[in-house]
Write a protein that binds this ligand. Sequence first.
Ligand code: SAM
Ligand code: SF4
Ligand code: FES
Length: 347
Amino acid sequence: TDVTDIQALIKKAETTHELSKSEIVTLLTDNQYVDEFFAAADRVRRKYVGDEVHLRGLIEFSNICKQNCLYCGLRRDNKKVDRYRLDTDTILDFAVKAKSYGYRTVVLQSGEDECFDVDTMVNIIKKIKELGLAITLSVGEKPREVYQAYREAGADRYLLRIETTDKGLYEKLDPGMSWDNRVRCLKDIKELGFELGTGCLVGIPGQTIESLADDILFFKKMDADMIGVGPFIPNPDTPLAAEIGGTFELSTKVMAMTRLLLPDINIPATTAMESLNPQGRVLALQRGANVVMPNVTEGEYRQMYLLYPGKICINDTPAHCRSCITGKIQGIGRKVSETHGFREKRA
Ligand code: SAM
Ligand code: SF4
Ligand code: FES
């Protein structure tokens, strides 16, 4: 493909928000016009979702997991993690504090910990809703009835990354799990009226650029409301310890392409991006992102929720992160949103 073609492709993505798989591959592979590509994603972000950045306070309430995903530090066979689960009162206390920092959403994230049964979760959701906060759940694969109970209790959004749309690769990296069941979960979540968040890992062993293009087309097909893209960062205490991992650059390319093709959705500048690049979240916010998820987990638990090495903020307090991230956002001329930050569909 010659020079003008790349520029024409960027223009096509920016104006029509439709590209074929091979066009996506061409743009993800190009290294010459990356700055123009990122600038286009930034313009689309500004046009469709504006300059406000939505902050979601992240509570990592249990690092206990029955799954064994090869890439993840919380996998059940990793004996080197000190496991914890917060009790309901502690979770509610962190939610109250999140509200005091001005966050309008809390994200409740954990491993797949069976101890949090439906009744426990429903109780937590109802109590947090009484605070006037929006709730995002990220607690893994569940039967439809369980998602329905969460939804009826008041949960607003659900995050479940497809991780990769390459079914064979997914089932290799997530032993004992089924890709079809994950898609079933995503469809149930959408049908039940949650805002649907999904996303992928970039740089997992065996993944190709073609497969990343499929991921982006999958996000579009699912009409996802939020997409989280992050580099895979090898964890020394997992079977993928010796792998190379994803790059910051390619992760932000996949994220920027997602913004170009799904212009009005919410896209976080992910923690994993900043773990690879000290300016990672600010750069991501300038390449298509409009959401940040600062950690509001307190005390020693932060160090224990270690998905990958080098995770940022593990020695910082929620108050510090609040002022740190506000400074970064204002430093690039953007502002912190005071709304709940739901997706507003703009044609
Ligand atoms: N257990 C729930 C699930 O899997 O959906 C939620 C928690 S899980 C730790 C959240 C996300 O962490 C996963 O979707 C995965 O993409 C990401 N993750 C896990 N290990 C990672 C690694 N080594 N590098 C980067 N991201 C990782
Ligand atoms: Fe468990 Fe989620 Fe980690 Fe997989 S990615 S091991 S389900 S916490
Ligand atoms: Fe946690 Fe900057 S956001 S230290």
